[in-house]
Design a protein around this ligand. Structure first.
Ligand SMILES: Cc1cc2nc3c(=O)[nH]c(=O)nc-3n(C[C@H](O)[C@H](O)[C@H](O)COP(=O)(O)O)c2cc1C
Length: 199
């Protein structure tokens, strides 16, 4: 079994809700075990990260970046950075914010830089926006058009589960894609070349 951690912070429940759908998407893939972990908890025991083959990072967008508790988790991995013990693990990111853009891209970029500094391998969100093939906007996968990571939008002050169906669908596809990529890369890494291939 391959292990995936979905590490998230959520003050009002929106990011936690999307994390659950990412989790369900990843868990649906054979040979993969996934779990949700609060960034605040992992900040106290960052070495727990070593248990996982892949990590999916999730934070609300606060003022165009990750939230304070999520940054505290990131900073708690400093010792792991010094020893590059997370090198070659897979990483991906998602963010939730209240505005259609809201500078979510900036949040994903700080997650990406974090992963790069740790020597991790970044996995994106390769889904063509379905509104382009006639799916109604609110039901369309990747309606917000984000390939570098998953974006979802929760209306200001809306209940934690008040996402349009397209964002829920995208979260599940994103989780599944990450799990599938992890399995495929593992297969390649463990593949023994045939004699013809090495001749
Ligand atoms: C301090 C703070 C800063 C925020 N900054 C942004 C922002 O830059 N862009 C945006 O679209 N929404 C912003 N929001 C809205 C949150 O991203 C949004 O409410 C999100 O759903 C919160 O996620 P959570 O329910 O998981 O805590 C901000 C909210 C707070 C509290």
């Amino acid at each position: 079994m391959k292990n995936i951690a979905i590490i998230y912070h959520s003050a009002q429940g929106h990011t936690a809700h999307i994390a659950t759908h990412v989790l369900q998407g990843a868990q649906g893939f054979p040979g993969v075990r996934a779990e949700r972990i609060r960034a605040e908890d992992l900040a106290r025991t960052p070495d727990d990260l070593l248990r996982y083959d892949g990590v999916i990072l999730g934070s609300p967008t606060y003022l165009g970046g990750v939230s304070g508790p999520f940054k505290t988790f990131m900073d708690a991995t400093g010792q792991l950075w010094k020893t590059q013990q997370l090198k070659n693990k897979l990483a991906a990111g998602f963010t939730v914010s209240s505005l259609p853009s809201g500078d979510k891209q900036s949040t994903l970029m700080s997650m990406w830089v974090f992963a790069m500094q740790h020597g991790m391998v970044w996995v994106g969100n390769p889904i063509l926006p379905e509104q382009q093939v006639g799916v109604p906007y609110d039901e369309a996968a990747n309606r917000l058009g984000s390939w570098s990571g998953l974006m979802a939008q929760a209306g200001h002050g809306a209940p934690a589960d008040a996402f349009v169906p397209g964002d829920v669908k995208t979260a599940r596809m994103f989780g599944r894609h990450f799990a599938e990529t992890l399995q495929r890369l593992t297969d390649v890494a463990t593949h023994q070349p045939t004699q013809e291939a090495t001749a």
